[in-house]
Design a protein around this ligand. Structure first.
Ligand code: EPZ
Length: 423
C-alpha cells in the first residue's frame, strides 16, 4: 500500500488543470447499454473507478476501448447482453448500480448486486427501485441481488415524486425512461451538473428530455437511441478541492477549466472566509484576500446547495480559521471520519451526530494519519499543506478512485509532496 508525505508551510503558485468529472463519467458510461451504436466520451478522467466501470460494462457484453492515455472512452454494446452485474465488481464501487435502469430498459430484465453500505452511510436504493416499480417493473431482492423485470412491452412512463433529490436515482430513472412507452416525469429530481451532463449526452443519442437542472424532469420515451460523442463536464469536486490549496497554504493558483457556476454555493463560503476567486480566460484564480481566514458555517445540501463532497476539504480549511465554524452534514449520516484524523494534527473539533464544531487554532502540526474514504483522504493532504512539519497519509488507494495524478498536480504548484510505498 502507498502513503503520501506532505511537508507543509510552503506558499503555492502556478496552474492546475481540472479533469473531467468522475461522477459524470460514471453515469455516462452505462448509457452505452441503451444503444447498439457506439458512444464515445472525451475529457474522461483517469481514475480507478473508471477502470472498475469498464470492467463492469465488459462483463455485461460491452466493448470499451480506452484511448489518448485514458481521456477518451469509446464504447459499444451491439452484441448479446449479459444482464447480471456481479457482486465481486459492484462491491468495489457503488456507482455500479447505475446499470440497473439501462439494463431494464434495453433488456427488460436486470440482476444487479445490491451494493450494501459504505463508510459514509447506509445508502439504500429504495428511491431507485420505487421509481422503476412505478414504471411497471417488478423487483425482488434475492441472495443480495436485485432481480428486476420489466412488464410485457417494456417499461411504461410514469409520474414519480422523489422523497429526496437522489442523484443516483435521478440518473437511473432518467436513463430507463428514455426507452419507455410514454412520458415519465421525475418530481423533486436531483439538479447536479452531472445530471445535466447526462441529459445532454442522452439528447445527443436521440432522447427527448426537458427540465434537467430543475426540480422536475420530463422524458418522452423513444423506440431506440443512436450513437454519439460527448465531452465529460469539468469535475466541480476536484475543482473545489484544488481551490482550497492556496486558501489553506497561501499563495495564488489558477485552476484551468474551472467555472464559478459549477460551485457557486462553495465560492460564496470561500468569499466569507476571506478567499478571493476570480474568473480568468482559462479558469479560476484563487488566493487569500489578506492574512488570516475567518470562520464560516456550512450546511451540506443537494445542488445548488453546498456539496457534501467538499465538506471534508472545507473542514480542513476551517481548522486554522479565526473563530468557531459549525458544519452540518445533511446528506450522509456518517461523514465526519476525517475529524479524528485532523484532531491528531492538533485541530480542535467536536462532533455531535451530524454537526461538527470547529474551533480555529493558530497552526496544525504534521502527524501520521489514515484515509478512510475518498474525500476524507484529500482533506488530510490539504491539512498537511498548512501544517508544521511532516504529515504522512496512509491508505491513499481511496484517493486514486477520484483524483488523477494528485502528487503531480500538487507538486506542480510547489507543494512539497511525494508518494511512497509502505514497507
Ligand atoms: C452521488 O452518490 C455521488 N456519487 C456522491 O459522491 C455524492 O456524495 C452524492 O451523489 C450526493 O451528492 C456518484 O455520483 C457516483 P444520492 P449517490 O442518491 O447517487 C439517500 C464522491 O465522493 N438515498 O443523492 O449515491 C442516501 O443514503 C461520492 O464522489 C436513499 O435513502 O447519492 C444518501 O443519504 C460519495 N435512498 C442521500 O440519499 C435511495 O434510493 C443522497 O444519496 C438513494 C439515496
Amino acid at each position: 500500500m502507498d502513503s503520501i508525505i506532505v511537508n507543509g508551510g510552503k506558499e503555492l503558485s502556478g496552474v492546475i488543470p481540472i479533469a473531467g468529472a468522475k461522477n459524470a463519467c460514471l453515469t455516462l458510461m452505462p448509457a452505452t447499454l441503451l444503444s447498439e451504436e457506439p458512444l464515445t466520451l472525451t475529457n474522461a478522467p483517469r481514475l480507478s473507478d473508471i477502470k472498475t466501470m469498464t470492467q463492469l460494462l465488459e462483463s455485461l457484453g460491452a466493448e470499451v476501448t480506452s484511448m489518448q492515455d485514458g481521456q477518451v472512452q469509446a464504447m459499444s454494446c451491439h452484441g448479446a447482453i449479459n444482464h447480471v452485474a456481479e457482486y465481486d465488481i459492484v462491491r468495489k464501487m457503488r456507482a455500479s448500480n447505475l446499470v440497473l435502469g439501462p439494463l431494464l430498459a434495453r433488456e427488460g430484465q436486470a440482476v444487479v448486486s445490491l451494493p450494501g453500505g459504505c463508510a459514509i452511510g447506509a445508502r439504500p436504493m429504495d428511491i431507485h427501485t420505487n421509481g422503476l416499480e412505478a414504471m411497471g417493473a417488478t423487483i425482488e431482492l434475492k441472495d443480495g441481488y436485485l432481480h428486476a423485470k420489466a412488464p410485457m412491452g417494456g417499461l411504461k412512463g410514469a409520474v414519480i415524486d422523489f422523497p429526496f433529490a437522489s442523484v443516483g436515482a435521478t440518473e437511473n430513472i432518467m436513463m430507463a425512461a428514455t426507452l419507455a412507452k410514454g412520458t415519465t416525469v421525475i418530481n423533486n429530481a436531483a439538479r447536479e451538473p452531472e445530471i445535466v451532463d447526462l441529459a445532454d449526452c442522452l439528447r445527443k443519442m436521440g432522447a427527448q428530455i426537458e427540465g434537467d437542472g430543475s426540480p422536475s424532469i420530463t422524458i418522452q420515451g423513444v423506440d431506440r437511441l443512436h450513437g454519439a460523442t460527448h465531452p465529460v463536464v469539468t469535475d466541480r469536486i476536484e475543482l473545489g478541492t484544488y481551490m482550497l490549496a492556496p486558501a489553506i497554504a497561501g499563495g495564488e493558483v489558477e485552476l484551468l477549466g474551472g467555472r464559478i457556476n459549477l460551485i457557486e454555493a462553495f465560492c460564496e463560503k470561500l468569499d466569507t472566509a476571506g478567499i478571493s476567486v476570480t474568473e480568468t480566460e482559462r479558469g479560476l484564480k484563487v488566493a487569500r484576500k489578506n492574512g488570516r481566514l475567518s470562520a464560516v458555517d456550512v450546511v451540506t445540501e443537494p445542488f445548488p446547495g453546498f456539496p457534501t463532497d467538499l465538506q471534508a476539504q472545507m473542514m480542513a480549511l476551517l481548522c486554522t480559521a479565526e473563530g468557531t465554524s459549525v458544519l452540518e452534514e445533511k446528506i450522509f449520516e456518517n461523514r465526519f471520519m476525517h475529524a479524528p484524523e485532523l484532531i491528531r494534527m492538533g485541530a480542535n473539533i467536536e462532533v455531535n451526530g451530524g454537526t461538527a464544531t470547529v474551533h480555529g487554532v493558530n497552526r496544525l502540526k504534521g502527524a501520521p494519519v489514515m484515509a478512510t474514504d475518498l474525500r476524507a483522504s484529500v482533506s488530510l493532504i490539504l491539512a498537511g499543506l498548512a501544517a508544521e512539519g511532516e504529515t504522512r497519509v496512509s491508505r491513499v488507494y481511496h484517493l486514486d478512485r477520484g483524483y488523477e495524478q494528485v502528487v503531480r498536480k500538487f507538486s506542480g504548484v510547489d507543494a512539497q509532496i511525494e508518494r511512497i510505498k509502505d514497507e
